[in-house]
Design a binder for this molecule. Structure first.
Ligand code: SF4
Ligand code: SF4
Length: 354
């Protein structure tokens, strides 16, 4: 059945009220798989990476934040909070996140959008229709739809149904996962994905636990099982590994060499690309809005020489050198980007990692 025919006769999507909490929908992404993509970021994650560029995605529940630069000081939010979670320090509005229930009353009250609700419930049919709006771009560029997060595999029933409906209308699908999920859920989603983007952040078990709050044994085991699925069933059709290059953490010769050896030993026949995603420090405002300290706030981006060095180490680790690609802004490019707003997740690591 051609894609055009399926658009004219879309599959019936039942189960109204079947929803997932979406943090953001990013159109025209070039970082979450091939071609132009629409990336749907879901809330909730199984890791707590110290460098995370999407701290709003870690929590599964909706959250409300306040944007200092959007506030005009009209005080229309005074007294609006039923939980008494709002206070002022000079011109600054403070949210007591322990009290806030994300009811949204302050969001409704503010005419300038200074309050923002992070996390919106989307029904399946509406989300499929939303991503299908960019069909012509996918067709022209070889792109498609990517579901990221957070950890999208924490929502297996919804994402599985979403992928099925996307594919039924001719849209290519990609799952962006960090791999710490139930094996059955991962395989269910992988069977419905054209591409899986899989993070390998740190090969050393102790360091992985230190950096992300969780050990990596399940992540590595799931990845080997995913490779077996590809060999046995041919799904997903493609697998990309992604490693964030985080200064003082994952950006080390030992880590890149260790991950490369793992890929060479277990995945050489199935992996199509190993992306090294450069750290950026644009998430600092996100942490501030959430009332969190970020250990990487003052850490500069990598230099061009750093990226070339990482590529060189990775290519000498035992993998096919042709699969290694470094992505993301370097120090010079990042200077220009710091003036751009970073209100929504453009990626996970500065490249695109979950
Ligand atoms: S979202 Fe509701 S509970 Fe939270 S600060 Fe705003 S008004 Fe208060
Ligand atoms: S970097 Fe990705 S995997 Fe790590 S906490 Fe953030 S969203 Fe989760």
């Amino acid at each position: 059945m051609s894609a055009r025919n399926t658009v004219e006769h879309p599959p019936r999507i039942a189960a109204p009220g079947f929803t997932v909490t979406v943090l953001n929908i990013q159109r025209m992404s070039t970082e979450d798989g091939p071609g132009l993509r629409t990336t749907v970021f879901l809330k909730g994650c199984s890791l707590q990476c110290a460098w995370c560029h999407n701290p709003e995605a870690m929590c599964r529940e909706p959250q409300v934040v306040w944007h200092r630069q959007r506030c005009i000081g009209a005080h229309l939010c005074d007294g609006v909070c039923p939980e008494d979670a709002l206070s002022r320090e000079g011109s600054r509005v403070c949210i007591d996140f322990a009290r806030c229930t994300a009811c949204g009353k302050c969001v409704e009250q503010c005419p300038t959008g200074a309050f923002e609700l992070l996390g919106t419930a989307w029904e399946l049919a509406a989300l499929v229709a939303e991503v299908a709006r960019d069909r012509s771009y996918y067709e022209a560029s070889g792109g498609g739809v990517t579901v990221s997060g957070g950890e999208p595999a924490l929502h297996p029933r919804f994402v599985s149904a979403f992928f099925e409906h996307c594919r039924a209308i001719g849209l290519r699908t990609a799952l962006d996962t960090a791999g710490l999920v139930a094996t059955g859920a991962l395989l269910e989603l992988a069977r419905r994905a054209d591409l899986v983007l899989y993070d390998l952040k740190e090969i050393d078990a102790d360091k992985h636990a230190c950096f992300t709050g969780q050990p990596n044994d399940k992540i590595l085991a799931n990845l080997r099982t995913l490779a077996e699925l590809m060999r046995a069933e041919g799904t997903p059709r493609a697998l990309w590994i992604r490693t964030p290059l985080i200064p003082g953490a994952t950006f080390s010769d030992d880590n890149l060499t260790g991950i490369g050896r793992f890929i060479a030993e277990h995945l050489a026949d199935v992996v199509g690309r190993w992306e090294l995603c450069a750290f950026n420090n644009l998430a600092v405002d996100k942490y501030e809005r959430l009332g969190l300290q970020w250990a990487f706030a003052g850490v500069p981006p990598l230099s061009e020489a750093d990226l070339r060095h990482a590529e060189d180490v990775a290519r000498r680790s035992g993998v096919d050198p042709a699969i290694v690609v470094a992505t993301g802004p370097t120090r010079v490019e990042a200077v220009a980007e710091t003036s751009a707003p970073a209100d929504h997740p453009a990626d996970h690591t500065g490249g695109a990692e979950a």
